[in-house]
Design a protein around this ligand. Sequence first.
Ligand code: DON
Length: 586
Amino acid sequence: MVARTKLHDEPGARSIGPGAKRIAHRVLGSLLWALCPWLFALCASPGEAAEKAAFARQGVVVCEHPQAAIIGADILRQGGNAVDAAVAVGFALAVLFPQAGNVGGGGFMIIYKPDSGTYALDFREQAPAQATPGMYLDPAGNVIPGLSTHGYLAVAVPGTPAGLFEAHRRFGRLPWPRLLRPAIELAARGFETDTSLYLALRRDRDRLLKDPEFARIFFDGTEPKGRIVQPELARTLRTLAAQGAQGFYTGWVAEAIEEAMRRHGGRVTRQDLAEYRPVWREPVQFSVGDATVFSMPLPSAGGWMLKFMFTVLENLRTPDVGWHSALHVNLVVEAAKQAYAERAHHMGDPDKTPFPPFLDTPAYFQAMAQKIRPYQVRPAETVRPTLRPLHEESPETTHYSVLDAQGMAVAVTYTLNDLFGAGVIVPGTGILLNNEMDDFSLKPGVPNLYGLTGGDANAVGPRKRMLSSMTPTVVVRDGQVLGLLGSPGGATIVTTVYQVLENVLVFQMEPFLAVTAPRFHHQWTPDEIRYEPTAFSGDTLRVLQGMGYRLQPVPTLGRVQMIWRWQDGYLGLSDPRSPGGAAGWR
Ligand code: DON
């Protein structure tokens, strides 16, 4: 059984209205929430079919498409390790889940290998060499709406093929071509359009129908096709299977990309493609109790922001702070405001704007903790980024998760940015391209798709990697994986991952409940708390309003795909907010 739930961005998924409807909604929501662990438990069985939850001892895969999860679990059964399965799932999602799965996007991967350590792979897209700070501005210096989000000018050099290839080169066990086979077959034979894809295509059709290639592959007239067949994508994937990453970054695929760019005003050239390299980076590491958390460093701000929030709140979140009490919400929100302020001011591509070392010192975390008063609300405009070291002399970002029988864990968050990226498919290749350029700060203070602002550190520049919030994360205890997780959601990724981790590690929730529990979010600007309709009791809402908070209900926040240790095995848990599934090997 694969349950399907409405995505936050699907039509009809509206925020709740006032009065009786609102109360009924909350009661229903609470009831569903209370039942969810049991529904999860009922669904949780090992086997061939993907479930919302899968219990397994020999390895488990959880992602946003049930069929891709089965493909990953099958690779594990064939003797592949977690990296092999992650590669196969990545390519399968590019076919089955074009909303976010991709070969034309980029992402981040955290790998934990029990006998050798933890590794962070940056395969983030990169601005083309011809990118300039003013490329999305009109002569008066204003941002031209849509230029960084739709069409070829929004596209950055893709990193996914190089990233998956590099991870396999270093850690893979099964032959590379075998990992692409399921994706190639699905692209060539086609698959039935599921509800999630159908609704997403309908929602975005006005912009997607503008690209003739997209329209031809995914639509019959103005209606999404009932069956999606992608022979051109199958050909691209076959080339990748035969030639490795080279098959994408050089040769006929690169030529086709350059040709489409030239025709439609894009800036990515064959040289940009040929020179793209993924980068191994040092993971962000911190402790929560006796667990060690590993997450993504810059160019994702996610890892540092997680570390900031856990570290600063460590002593403030005393045992009497009840889950989702006004006090708990205020503490988390105050920490999040500061974290997002630092992100906006200081962070960007670490190879162009180095990360200020003082932001990772005990003195800094201590000073930030001292600024937080449990019952005091700092209006966002009074929360400023920290501009200089506090004590001169002190030392010192669609997600899927895979775990194999040897305890090797792979957490991958990769993206096209917006659903369906830039909404353009390179003719003849089937490659749907990203609109990741919008993650740059196009102009200081002007919010991007996710309402995030930034400054010089994340300004558009040649060959720069744009700042991300993607937060693939692995948690280890006593040398053994305790769990791994991540989420999509733009700016809301960090607070989503933070809250699920806080639920299990601090509030000791069952993993089912930790993923299902309602969430809230604050990102410094705008100065408001967004919350899922069942997140707060009426009392808590009133207290928070009394504290001066602006409160904005939203349908959902994030879609977590988590694996967590459970009895003598592991549970793969696909967020009920997501169309995904988990599959395991008993
Ligand atoms: O890298 C980032 O932070 C964004 N491009 C992530 C986009 C995202 O999560 C879209 N999902 N809803």
